[in-house]
Design a protein around this ligand. Structure first.
Ligand SMILES: [Fe+2]
Length: 236
């Protein structure tokens, strides 16, 4: 996917939890990591070194329940800013962001969009690179799916509203990079999801009933992950 982009963008996969993390860098070699995983830090370090990048920001789209975040470690190693939404109520981060706020990495603008539903602290991040637009959709919109709504104050009604009122209104060509994929897909677009994601064609009541009847297994690490992630992944 890199060949078609002006900016540097790399996708990493944490195989054990099918989590995607993203490294984005500006023309001035400043970088940002989105949803980095503690166990994968060496991979990020290698890539940062390889491209001679300076890590400025590490962002989590929400408090994750299935893996431990790398935010605290990255802050300690690189002295980067750690960022989450104001609703996360995570004290260890260096900056809270709110709905509609912009973050700048040189020529790159990253807009925070509050999208509650999967959790009550979920954000998507919209990145513009002149010609193209990318959405790092966390667990709000997945490829042919969406995040579950059965823990961390999840709410299918709010997720429906976030998806339809804040995400599907974006340009059809917007490229979506989710925080997970369990089938090997790497990215999608708004247009493709409108066609392929059957959950998006449901009316609100059908969607709510569908989400409430999923009966998914609880993530193995949930108790450890949520409390550790509120400490930026640093074991005390
Ligand atoms: Fe999640």
């Amino acid at each position: 996917m890199e060949g078609e982009l002006k900016l540097l963008l790399r996708q990493f996969k944490h195989k054990a939890t099918s989590t995607y993390s993203y490294l984005i860098a500006s023309k001035l070699n400043n970088a940002i990591l989105i949803d980095p995983v503690k166990e994968e830090i060496k991979k990020y370090q290698k890539k940062l070194k390889e491209f001679n990048l300076e890590l400025k920001y590490a962002i989590d789209t929400h408090v994750h329940a299935d893996h431990i975040t790398a935010l605290g470690d990255l802050r300690d190693i690189y002295d980067c800013k750690t960022i989450m939404g104001e609703q996360s109520k995570v004290n260890c981060i260096s900056q809270s962001i709110s709905d509609g706020e912009n973050l700048y990495l040189d020529e790159i603008r990253i807009k925070a969009i509050y999208t509650p539903g999967h959790t009550d602290d979920s954000y998507c991040y919209l990145l513009n690179d002149n010609k193209k637009q990318f959405l790092f959709s966390g667990d709000t919109l997945l490829i042919k799916g969406n995040g579950r709504t059965d823990f961390q104050n999840g709410d299918p009604s709010l997720l429906f509203e976030s998806l339809h009122e804040k995400i599907l209104i974006l340009d059809d060509e917007t490229i979506i990079y989710p925080a997970h994929d369990y089938k090997g897909f790497k990215s999608t677009t708004i247009k493709e999801e409108k066609i392929n994601n059957h959950r998006l064609s449901m009316d609100k009541n059908t969607f709510i009933n569908f989400m409430n009847s999923l009966n998914l297994e609880t993530p193995k690490l949930i108790d450890i992950a949520v409390s550790l992630n509120k400490e930026c992944g640093i074991i005390k």
